[in-house]
Design a protein around this ligand. Structure first.
Ligand code: GCU
Length: 469
C-alpha cells in the first residue's frame, strides 16, 4: 500500500510526508487491493504471473538489454558520489525541447499545426517512452451508486454518494477490479455544479503515525468545506483501488487485467497513466450525474498524485482545470535539470512502476537529455485549459521536488498557451514565496507550509473562479 512505499522510498528527511494523508485522506472503503482468484481460471487463459518489483524490474532491464542503471540522487548521504544536488550553482546548463518545433525541425506557428501535428506527436512520444500506452481495448467500467447520504459539511447541507466502478473482467475473470470514488455536492443546488476530483490517499488497515511524528493540525475550513462554500462539489477517487502503488502490482489491477495477468510490454502503461485512466472513467460517471456540470470538472492531487493529476489533464481534454500539487520528477519537474529527484530515481525499483518500461533506458546508458520530450511539453498538452502548479515551502517541504525547475517548465509551456490565444504565467522570474501568479491561464504559487496542497486551496479556488461562476 501507499504508506509503506513512503518509508521505502529514499527521500529528504524534512519532507513532511504525512501531511497529505491528514489533509486529504478519506477512508471510504476498507482498503481493497486489486486481487486475483486463480482457482477460477478457465482452461484457455494464461495463469496470472506474480513477480516482485525487483524481478519485474530486472525483466524490463533484460528486455532492454541494459546491464546496469545509474543510481538515483541520494538525499541522505551528502558525501556520496550520487548525493542529491540542492545547489543552484551546480545545476548544469540544460535546454528544454521546444514544444513548438516538430520532430522534423519544422516550426509550429498555427493552432491547426499544434492540434493536428505537434500535439499528436507529443502524445505519441509520452506514450512510447515516458508514461506508456493505454491499451486500445481497455475494459469498460460500469458505475453503481452504493449509497447516498445526507450530511452537513461545514455549514452546507450536502449529499454524498459512494460509488463503485465495476470494471468488465469478462476477458480475464481471475482479476477483479473496482474503482472506488465518493461524490459530494451541495444538497440545495438547482443545476449541475462544478466538481473538483481529488486523487485521495487511504490509510491502510492498522496504520499508525510514525513515532515522534505530529500530524499537522487543520486550521480553518477544510478544502472540502471551501469547495462546498462556493456552491461547488468534490469527489475523492482512490487510485490504489484499481492500481496498486508498487511494481509487484503490475500484473494485477487494471494494468494486470488488460494484460490477462501477464507482465507489461515495454510501452505498456505505467501506474501514473493507469491512475489517470481511472480519473477519466470517474469523469465518465460524472457526465451521467445530474448534480454535476461535467464541463466544469477539475483534477487535483499531491506528490505522486500530483504527477497523476498532470498526466490526467495532459491526456484527457474533458478536464477543465488542473491543481497540480508538489508533483516533482515525473510531474512538472524538468527531467533534464539536475536538482532534487532525478530520472534515475524514477527508474529504480521503488518508482519504475509509475512509468513505461522504456523509461528505464534513460537511466543507463541514455540520459535525461536523450528523452524526446520534457515536462514543459506535458504542461503544454494541457493547453488551452488552466493549470495551477502548487508547491510548499522548500524550508518545510524540502527541495526534492525542485520548485524552481517546475516553474521553469511552466514558463516554457507558455508559448503553446499564447499560440492558442491564452495567457502564460506573465513572468519568467521565479517569484518570492507566497506570491500568487494567477492572472493568466498558467498559474503558480508556493505556500509556506509542507508537503500538502492545503494552504494553496484558497488561491486555487480564486483562480478557478475566473472560469467558473
Ligand atoms: C517520493 C518520490 C516522489 C513522490 C513522493 C510522494 O518522495 O521520490 O517522486 O512525489 O514520494 O509521492 O510523496
Amino acid at each position: 500500500m501507499h504508506t509503506c512505499r513512503f518509508r521505502q522510498t529514499v527521500r529528504p528527511i524534512q519532507h513532511d510526508i504525512f501531511a497529505p494523508l491528514l489533509a486529504g485522506a478519506i477512508l471510504l472503503f476498507p482498503a481493497v487491493l486489486p486481487g486475483s482468484q486463480e482457482e477460477q481460471l478457465p482452461a484457455k487463459l494464461p495463469a496470472p504471473v506474480h513477480l516482485t518489483a525487483e524481478q519485474d524490474h530486472q525483466r524490463l532491464m533484460n528486455l532492454l538489454h541494459i546491464k546496469q542503471l545509474r543510481p538515483g540522487a541520494d538525499p541522505n548521504h551528502p558525501n556520496a558520489p550520487n548525493a542529491v544536488n540542492y545547489d543552484e550553482s551546480k545545476v548544469r546548463p540544460y535546454k528544454l525541447p521546444d514544444a513548438l518545433v516538430l520532430r522534423n525541425g519544422q516550426k509550429v506557428t498555427t493552432p491547426e499545426a499544434w492540434w493536428n501535428e505537434r500535439r499528436p506527436e507529443l502524445i505519441e512520444m509520452f506514450d512510447e517512452d515516458v508514461y506508456g500506452r493505454v491499451p486500445a481495448d481497455a475494459p469498460k467500467v460500469n458505475w453503481e451508486v452504493v449509497s447516498t447520504t445526507h450530511q452537513t459539511v461545514g455549514a452546507v447541507p450536502a449529499v454524498t454518494k459512494k460509488l463503485l466502478g465495476q470494471v468488465d473482467n469478462s476477458s480475464y475473470p481471475p482479476i477483479k477490479v473496482a474503482i472506488e470514488m465518493s461524490l459530494t455536492t451541495p444538497a440545495q443546488a438547482r443545476a449541475g455544479v462544478p466538481v473538483i476530483i481529488e486523487f485521495g490517499f487511504v490509510f491502510p488497515p492498522g496504520f499508525k503515525w510514525p513515532k515522534g511524528f505530529t500530524p499537522p493540525k487543520q486550521t480553518g475550513p477544510t478544502w472540502q468545506e471551501q469547495v462546498l462554500a462556493k456552491g461547488w462539489g468534490y469527489a475523492v477517487l482512490i487510485p490504489t483501488s484499481f492500481q496498486a502503488d508498487n511494481g509487484a502490482g503490475l500484473t494485477e489491477g487494471i494494468i494486470g487485467l488488460a494484460n490477462k495477468g501477464q507482465p507489461r510490454k515495454l510501452d505498456d502503461w505505467g501506474t501514473l497513466r493507469a491512475w489517470a485512466w481511472g480519473a477519466s472513467r470517474a469523469l465518465d460517471y460524472l457526465e451521467t450525474d445530474k448534480s454535476v456540470n461535467a464541463k466544469e470538472v477539475g483534477i487535483e492531487g499531491l506528490s505522486r498524485y500530483g504527477k497523476a493529476a498532470l498526466v490526467t489533464m495532459a491526456y484527457d481534454q474533458r478536464f477543465a482545470i488542473g491543481f497540480i500539487g508538489s508533483s516533482g520528477e515525473g510531474g512538472a519537474k524538468p527531467h533534464r535539470r539536475n536538482f532534487g529527484e532525478l530520472v534515475e530515481n524514477l527508474a529504480g525499483t521503488g518508482e519504475y512502476h509509475w512509468m513505461a518500461g522504456n523509461f528505464l533506458k534513460y537511466a543507463g546508458p541514455l540520459t535525461a537529455n536523450d528523452l524526446p520530450v520534457d515536462s514543459n511539453e506535458l504542461i503544454a498538452l494541457c493547453a488551452p485549459r488552466p493549470v495551477f502548479i502548487s508547491e510548499g515551502s522548500p524550508k518545510v517541504e524540502g527541495n526534492w521536488l525542485d520548485d524552481k525547475g517546475q516553474f521553469e517548465a511552466e514558463v516554457a509551456a507558455g508559448p503553446v498557451y499564447r499560440l492558442l490565444g491564452k495567457e502564460d504565467l506573465g513572468t519568467t522570474q521565479f517569484p518570492p514565496m507566497e506570491t500568487a501568479l494567477i492572472g493568466g491561464d498558467l498559474a503558480f504559487r508556493q505556500h509556506s507550509g509542507g508537503h500538502t496542497t492545503g494552504p494553496n486551496w484558497p488561491t486555487f479556488l480564486e483562480f478557478a473562479s475566473r472560469y467558473w461562476k
